[in-house]
Design a protein around this ligand. Structure first.
Ligand SMILES: *Cc1c(COP(=O)(O)O)cnc(C)c1O
Length: 344
């Protein structure tokens, strides 16, 4: 597949804004920097941050075994997703395909970018309807969004289905792996080099416990990354975020232990929920949350809020009638949830 043919005309011919810090990279203390209209008084934050986040990418590169040129960082995955829309989708002309029920941002971004949204609902077993997706695609469907493990259904998509879709879809396939660290499935990062149209997105918002710093990570071919780079704002990752993220990436053991704890808590919560009377079904989970069918989602949602527990009511989503989504909390929080559900 020729990626070049998928890129919007105006983006192809675009010259990226060249920031002062791009033109002169060496930050030696011998030099005087009067090129960027910064404030000279040292605060630790008076200089613009590295627009290419080199230290952070070096760390990611060695941890993930992916070259720096195949990595782009965003102000959360949400910025990465928006960049993908802006690079590949012509407003009022092109479309993207999503598989509801899924992450709401794909639809929000399609709307803000004036891109048609084609919805192919998941099958009853929460797996992609591969045949239908292949059937409805046309030259205007530029991007297919696969969220695996999927939010809010909590399951991973079948690897064979994903592989077929990457091979048969005539556009960019984005696999959103926000929850991959909680999954028994392998990340598609290991197979990035096999597919020129594959983009894998991860985030520090979930397993790394850093939702507040806003750091999303995009992995793709050098060709795709270089185009996304032309469109991203020059200083999109602030210095505080770069510093905190780098420290977190180096604390591998801490993150690994927290993931093990959360998975154990998730499995316990699942067992406990199955014994609650108003619970009709706990869907299997490959993530840090559970999709749970109750007798009456609206009623139980309101009751839980009154008892001080805020959950996500997904009853109006495709295939999620009377379903609530519970994020796995601390052991104490999970116990309170179970006790409250037993009382209502
Ligand atoms: C939580 C979540 C994200 C994370 O988004 P950030 O902008 O990186 O915080 C991405 N995708 C899905 C499906 C999510 O549920």
């Amino acid at each position: 597949m020729l990626i070049k043919n998928l890129i919007r005309e105006n983006i192809k011919s675009l010259e990226a804004y060249s920031s002062a810090r791009n033109e002169f990279k060496e930050m030696s203390s011998e030099l005087i920097f009067i090129d960027a209209n910064e404030n000279p008084f040292e605060t630790g934050l008076n200089r613009y941050p590295d627009p290419q986040q080199n230290l952070l990418k070096d760390a990611l590169s060695s941890i993930k075994g992916i070259s720096k040129e195949e990595i782009l960082l965003g102000n959360g995955s949400d910025e990465v997703l928006d960049l993908i829309f802006r690079v590949f989708c012509e407003p009022k002309e092109d479309s993207v395909i999503v598989l509801p029920p899924t992450y709401g941002m794909y639809e929000v971004l399609a709307n803000t970018n004036a891109i048609d949204l084609i919805k192919i609902p998941l099958l009853e077993n929460f797996q992609p309807n591969v045949k239908e997706i292949i059937k409805v695609q046309d030259p205007k469907s530029k991007v297919l969004f696969l969220c695996s493990p999927n939010n809010p259904t909590a399951n991973s998509f079948d690897a064979n289905s994903i592989e077929t879709l990457i091979k048969e879809f005539n556009g960019i396939v984005v696999i959103d792996e926000a929850y991959i660290d909680f999954s028994t499935q392998e990340s598609w990062l290991g197979r990035l080099h096999e597919f020129s149209n594959l983009i894998v997105i991860q985030t520090l918002s979930k397993a790394y416990g850093l939702a507040a710093i806003r750091l999303g990570i995009c992995y793709a071919s050098e060709e795709i990354i270089s185009i996304l780079n032309k469109v991203k704002p020059p200083y999109n990752i602030n210095q505080l975020t770069q510093d905190v993220a780098l420290r977190a990436l180096l604390k591998k053991e801490k993150v690994k232990n927290e993931i093990v704890t959360l998975i154990a808590e998730r499995n316990q919560l699942m067992k406990d929920l199955e014994k609650v009377e108003i619970v009709e079904k706990v869907h299997p989970s490959d993530a840090n949350f559970l999709l749970v069918k109750v007798d009456n989602a609206n009623k139980r949602y309101d009751q839980l809020v009154k008892k001080g527990i805020v959950v996500r009511n997904r009853t109006h989503q495709t295939l999620c009638e009377n379903c609530l989504r519970f994020t796995v909390g601390t052991a104490d929080e999970n116990k309170k949830l179970i006790n409250t559900l037993k009382l209502v």
